[in-house]
Design a binder for this molecule. Structure first.
Ligand SMILES: [Zn+2]
Length: 488
């Protein structure tokens, strides 16, 4: 098929693309922010006016605080620096506390150890207050885990049989950033975690819960909740009206995990998959910090979608009939050159392409080793976006768009295996990714990086995603951040 010259050219392109995707996918921002060093100064600057977002540390009570005109959250650090717990979330508009007892705050497992805000394994290191865009304030709290056991060192260098070895001893250490952010004009507090591996062995995180909060009500037996899309709404009154708080999980698609414990009146929100017993693994490598998707806490009837505006969101649902003004093409029906010929013959009309993003392989390449690992309900083979297939797919899209510009690119078709209505990832570790549960997290990341890459290369092209591709029937906040349209 390929001459060696062509192959070299392909490899060069792949390398460029790999770098571009890596850069686009970088999780930490290196942008320089104003740092306020003095606690006294923060105290003095606190509520300058009702719209101000603020954050700080109250040394007298050993409490961090952040808030604005609508909400204030207070987080207690134990005197010995081992426990970190939210002790109150005050809705300033109603004067009501949504949380008024100490939280578990977060939870995850590493090497069979469970870490949380209450288990005393982590040690507080320091905090930082950062001023963000448009008057937002970010509070970052660093905690770390340093193993002091002297168990014999186990060789954890990867082998062909075990590409992602896990530490069996507790000879590992890591740093955790617990980040909170508040904005001047929204009744909203965001929270996320960043893991930094400080040991030479990859660490595997499991059971990741970003928020674990006790919810206090006048009547404790009434924990009233409702789930819509990416939101968990929690109500104060039985008729589901009036004041509520909502927790929005910004984890994408099927990775959103909500748990309501009615016995203990607690809610936990994090990263999981309904098909994998709520456990999603994440490997963290040395010097490659991993950010866990944000959970936003909002009060009143404010939902995170309102940041985008409801009218905007309605316009972002795209049905087939909304595509009348487009010349619509399906990639599956054509090979690449035929499609290009067809496109160039349709000048004057806007062009939209449905691209079956993980099943187009047979059109230009047919490599069994790039397919997902197991037979599927689908009649067409699904290719793993994390394998080399992903790079060739991007190249094919680039070739097409360079020769014949599109106005709208809609990612379509399944990207995960569907068996017994459960969506499963890929467990072919020879694709260069860890096991099946982690491949789902990484595949979403791939989609988002693809979106960033296309937006950067082709700023005029609008991007859409179908419900089948995204894995859920309703779009969520993560989806809106990367795609212009959602096709139900
Ligand atoms: Zn794979």
């Amino acid at each position: 098929m390929h001459s060696s010259h062509q192959l070299q050219w392909h490899l060069a392109r792949l390398w460029t693309l790999a770098i571009a995707l890596t850069v686009a996918g970088c999780v930490t921002s290196t942008q320089k922010n104003t740092r306020i060093a003095s606690t006294d100064l923060q105290q003095a600057l606190r509520p300058v006016n009702g719209k101000t977002a603020y954050a700080g540390f109250d040394g007298q009570h050993n409490q961090f605080y952040l808030g604005n005109a609508f909400l204030e959250r207070r987080i207690l650090l134990s005197v010995d620096g081992t426990r970190l717990q939210t002790i109150s979330i005050l809705d300033k508009v109603t004067g009501r506390y949504s949380v008024a007892q100490a939280s578990e705050e977060f939870r995850f497992q590493v090497a069979n150890l469970t870490f949380s805000g209450t288990d005393s394994l982590l040690r507080y290191q320091r905090y930082d207050i950062v001023s963000g865009l448009e008057g937002s304030r970010k509070l970052i709290i660093w905690m770390s885990y340093d193993s002091v056991t002297t168990e014999s060192e186990i060789d954890l260098s990867p082998t062909l049989n075990n590409l992602f070895p896990r530490p069996r001893s507790s000879n590992f250490n890591f740093r955790l950033q617990i980040c909170y952010q508040t904005y001047p004009n929204q009744p909203r507090i965001d929270k996320w975690l960043v893991f930094e591996n400080r040991s030479n062995t990859p660490l595997v995180l499991q059971g990741i819960v970003v928020e674990s909060l006790p919810i206090l009500y006048p009547y404790r037996f009434q924990l009233l909740t409702k789930r819509t899309g990416g939101h968990l709404e929690i109500y104060h009154s039985p008729d589901l009206s009036g004041q509520m708080i909502a927790l929005t999980n910004q984890a994408p698609g099927i990775l959103k995990f909500f748990d309501v414990d009615r016995q203990q009146d607690t809610v936990s929100v994090g990263l999981g998959s309904s098909t994998l017993n709520h456990s999603t693994k994440i490997s963290v490598f040395l010097n490659q910090p991993v950010k866990i998707p944000t959970v936003s806490c909002t009060a009143g009837t404010f939902m995170l979608d309102q940041v985008l505006g409801q009218t905007v969101i309605n316009q972002r649902y795209l049905k087939r009939e909304d595509l009348k003004s487009y010349h619509v093409l399906d990639f599956e029906l054509d090979n690449l050159s035929a499609l290009t010929d067809e496109l160039s013959g349709k000048a004057g009309r806007r062009r939209a392409l449905f691209l079956p993003v993980a099943t187009v392989g047979k059109e230009f390449l047919d490599r069994l080793d790039w397919q997902l690992s197991n037979p599927t309900d689908s009649t067409v083979p699904i290719y793993c976006l994390l394998s080399e297939y992903g790079f060739f797919m991007v190249k094919a899209v680039e070739d097409l768009m360079d020769r014949c510009p599109l106005d709208l690119l809609i990612l379509a078709g399944p990207i995960f295996e569907n068996r017994n209505s459960a969506l499963l990832g890929c467990d072919k570790i020879e694709h260069g990714h860890p096991d099946r549960s982690e491949s789902i997290f990484l595949t979403y990341k791939w989609l988002f990086n693809f979106s960033l890459y296309i937006r950067n290369q082709y700023p005029d092209v609008k991007l859409g995603v179908t419900a089948v591709t995204y894995g859920v029937d309703l779009p969520d906040y993560a989806c809106w951040q990367y795609f212009d349209f959602f096709v139900p």
